[in-house]
Design a protein around this ligand. Structure first.
Ligand code: PLP
Length: 413
């Protein structure tokens, strides 16, 4: 994402140093151009029914951009639903999922007339019927099915095996239909699934498509008019050149083979695929030291800023923009948090670095800022959107003093 012009780093046509002048590290930068190209390409391959998975990056500037590119939103909480409405998504382009929606969440979604609520249990279907009938409304629902397919990804981001907490067992179609036939306020218009994230194995997609087609046919044979089959997200992004490469075109071939004569529309909920590569995390070196023969660079971003390496052992390449030395050294880049897992990368070869030099942690547009926290009482990171030679701060964190001020000390202390 960083391009060098006359040895100076740029994002699109904006100098990185111009951003650094007005924004304290650590902060995220997103490229509007890269997001736009990725969304357009995905639509070209998969068609118009794309619903951006808001959990991957929920900044309202990003949501407004996604809406302007004519895709919908897939939300998993009432907060994400409110953000998406606030950012301008029309209610009929918002899908609400999630394994645990409260009564208040459901009432809000019903009142807003969103496109559909994807239900994840028979109990939830009964609850939506009750709430819809109290409000005297007809509500569009979908059912998220659990196809019992292992996406071959790491266990922390697998969601499609039958022992996972997500969805309704795909063998429960008859029970779902029986229940729906007694729910006079519900229109069952779609089925969906999402077997996990970072799925590169084309056979896992193929098997999922086959199971979902069988399930759709079964619903149709039992008299339900299925209008949408939503195949979820989870498309793999190559963070590291040693990882397998996922080609969306290969998945599309399987899709066409499986659903060539279907009567319903197919839809998708990608998050990471649309935005991961459009983001970087900019961080400053605050300390360097040698421990046990390891050259540590301690940076001002920590696992509270980007948790993926600590939580998932995720790999994010790191590049330097300060090439002041011709010497190179093998470094381990670590954050300032008091946890041994607060390491971004080990054994990376960089030109010799000094305190205040800047490092770029790459491919951090998805599941970066959204998963950040104030752990160790540290500020959240800022966010910046670049559009050609313009840039804007799209999130300015509150001062850590405000966060400290939120604690309430009871009168007896
Ligand atoms: N849909 C659902 C229901 C999800 O839970 C997720 C994330 O796990 C996604 C879509 C998006 O996944 P990804 O960002 O891997 O495309």
């Amino acid at each position: 994402m960083i391009k060098f012009k006359n040895e100076l780093p740029f994002v699109e046509d904006t100098s990185l140093y111009d951003i650094i002048k007005v924004c304290n590290t650590p902060f995220y930068i997103y490229s509007q151009e890269i997001i736009t190209q990725k969304v357009k390409y995905t639509k070209k391959i998969l068609g118009e029914n794309i619903f951006f998975s808001v959990k991957s990056n929920s900044n309202q500037a990003i949501l407004k951009l996604m809406n302007s590119l004519n895709i919908g939103a897939d939300v998993v909480s009432i907060g994400e639903l409110k953000r998406s409405l606030n950012a301008g998504f029309p209610p009929n382009k918002i899908i609400f999922e999630g394994v645990g929606k409260s009564k208040e969440d459901l009432i809000y979604a019903i009142q807003k007339n969103i496109r559909l609520i994807n239900t994840e249990s028979l109990e939830e279907i009964k609850l939506i019927q009750k709430l819809a009938s109290e409000k005297n409304k007809m509500v569009n629902i979908g059912v998220r099915l659990n196809p019992n397919i292992d996406g071959g990804t790491i266990s922390k981001i697998t969601t499609g095996k039958k022992t996972d907490k997500f969805g309704i067992d795909i063998n429960e179609v008859e029970n779902i239909v029986n229940l729906i036939s007694n729910c006079s306020n519900l229109n069952l218009i779609g089925i969906s699934c999402h077997i996990g994230s970072q799925i590169s194995n084309i056979d896992a997609y193929k098997n999922t498509f086959i199971e979902m087609k069988k399930a759709a046919n079964k619903f149709i044979s039992l008299g339900i008019e299925i209008k949408h089959v939503d195949l979820g997200g989870g498309f793999h992004v190559q963070y590291n050149k040693d990882e397998p490469q996922f080609k969306i075109e290969d998945m599309k071939k399987e899709l066409d083979l499986c659903f060539n004569s279907s009567t319903y529309k197919l839809s998708f909920e990608p998050g990471r695929y649309l935005i991961a590569e459009a983001g970087i995390l900019v961080t400053s070196i605050i300390n360097s030291k040698q421990n046990g023969g390891i050259n540590y660079l301690i940076v001002d971003a920590g696992m509270n800023t980007l948790i993926r390496p600590a939580m998932y052992n995720a790999h994010h390449d790191i590049e330097t923009i300060s090439k002041s030395s011709d010497n190179s050294l093998i470094y381990t880049v670590a954050g300032p948090i008091c946890e041994s897992s607060d390491i971004f990368i080990k054994n990376i070869l960089l030109s010799e670095q000094n305190i205040d030099d800047i490092l770029i942690i790459k491919n951090t547009g998805a599941y970066g800022k959204v998963m950040s926290s104030t752990y160790n009482t540290r500020s959240l990171p800022a966010e910046v959107l670049v559009n050609k030679e313009n840039f804007a701060m799209i999130y300015v964190p509150e001062k850590i003093e405000n966060n400290i001020g939120e604690d309430i000390i009871p009168s007896w202390l």
